[in-house]
Design a protein. Structure first.
Length: 133
């Protein structure tokens, strides 16, 4: 979950699938320190993990409501989204990701994160695309 419309669509689809199969839903948000460009930055007062946890909680509540019909165990993990999702998928029956298509050929190709997941996840991967039509 990154808050994008495609990630929200992926969460809605995954929730319906979890309801049909009796599975637990585990929405994930990856976080990492911002890249400092040339100047060292003091992040000692920043709580990036806490902010990610709150963003994920709000996104899940927005999509599924305060009382989802399926068991939901949100988790946040530090790292690049591609690596985090592939690692989480090692313990999953299905990985559902959204695709931004924000690369140079937006709308024609999978995004880099979804492409990486399709190539490296050890479970089936469903890529949800949203169109702006």
């Amino acid at each position: 979950m990154d808050g994008s419309e495609s990630s929200k669509s992926a969460l809605r689809w995954a929730a319906r699938q979890a309801q049909l199969t009796g599975a637990e839903l585990r929405p994930v948000q990856a976080w990492r320190l911002p890249t400092p460009y040339g100047t060292p930055v003091d992040y000692s007062d920043a709580d990036f993990e806490g902010q990610a946890r709150e963003n994920l909680r709000l996104a899940v509540e927005e999509v599924l409501g305060k009382h989802p019909e399926v068991p939901v165990s949100p988790q946040v993990a530090r790292g690049h989204p591609s690596a985090v999702l592939v690692e989480v998928a090692r313990h999953a029956d299905l990985l559902v990701v959204g695709s931004h298509g924000r690369g140079a050929f937006a709308g024609m190709l999978l995004g880099s994160v979804s492409h990486h997941c399709v190539q490296h996840a050890t479970c089936p991967v469903l890529v949800m695309r949203t169109t702006n039509r």
